[in-house]
Design a protein around this ligand. Structure first.
Ligand code: NAP
Length: 231
């Protein structure tokens, strides 16, 4: 049985990923910072709930202990929890707003990954999927033909660019793991007041595909559901 944990899985892309992995037969842990929302989300898809606030080291450590006690190991970690942060011109953004976004989108991923590496090392096929964004791609943000080049997202863009390097550094350090970063695409969720043209089913497609990699799968790649993205 494949044991999978998805952070921020009480709604949006995380919930859809949890639903699909549970449907594929994984034992799924819905990580959520709010217990009642997390519990009801998990219950609705036959998954388990684990309290997990990625900004809180104690919460992350307690989640790792709970899964270790219940399962002994972890096979798939999906670092999905993320926040958008301010949508204003770069000169208006200060260090506090920047730090808040990094606390969740970057330091949160490191906190969770570090806590779960010992459990993943006990898996026969350890997989990590980091949910990034095309807004973290230098090549796309600098391409005037792309929508990414027009968005005022200093904190979010920088956090997802940092997540690219976090992904690559882990992939290099853990060559027996499959560690990839994905771009779900602009998807209708609370994240963007449901303005994204894609459904959550479409958005979660690449997350689910990379979560299901076998031993022959790639590591250290950046992909959306249509293929490889430029860094
Ligand atoms: P969403 O519907 O707003 O869901 C975000 C999830 O993250 C929620 O479950 C939220 O929990 C959780 N979260 C936020 N801070 C957390 C924390 N400190 N600890 C634990 N969980 C936390 O957004 P989404 O669209 O599904 O986004 C999921 C991921 O996809 C994010 O990393 C985002 O950057 C990325 N992404 C989204 C799009 C898009 O178009 N939607 C495009 C590219 C990338 P609460 O319910 O408690 O707030």
């Amino acid at each position: 049985m494949t044991i999978s944990l998805i952070t921020g899985a009480n709604k949006g892309l995380g919930f859809e990923t949890a639903r699909r992995l549970a449907g594929a037969g994984h034992t799924v842990y819905v990580g959520a910072r709010d217990s009642s929302r997390g519990q009801s989300a998990a219950q609705s898809i036959g998954a388990r709930f684990v309290q997990l606030d990625v900004t809180d080291q104690e919460s992350v450590d307690a989640a790792a202990r709970a899964i270790e006690q219940a399962e002994g190991h972890l096979d798939v970690l999906v670092n999905n929890a993320g926040i958008g942060g301010p949508y204003r011109p770069a000169p208006e953004i200060g260090g506090t707003e920047m730090r808040d976004v990094f606390e969740t989108n970057v330091f949160g991923v490191v906190r969770v990954t570090q806590a779960f590496i010992p459990l993943l090392e006990r898996s026969a096929n350890p997989v990590i999927v980091n949910v990034g964004s095309s807004i973290g791609s230098k090549a796309l943000v600098m391409n005037p033909d792309r929508i990414e080049s027009t968005l005022p997202v200093l904190a979010y863009g920088a956090s997802k660019a940092a997540l690219v390097m976090v992904t690559l550094q882990y992939a290099k350090a853990l060559p027996s793991f499959k560690i990839n970063i994905v771009e779900p695409g602009f998807t209708a969720t609370d994240f963007n007041a449901h303005r994204g043209p894609q459904t959550v089913e479409e958005g979660a497609e690449i997350i689910v595909r990379m979560a299901n990699l076998d031993r022959s799968g790639p590591t250290a790649t950046f992909q959306d559901r249509h293929g490889t993205l430029p860094w």
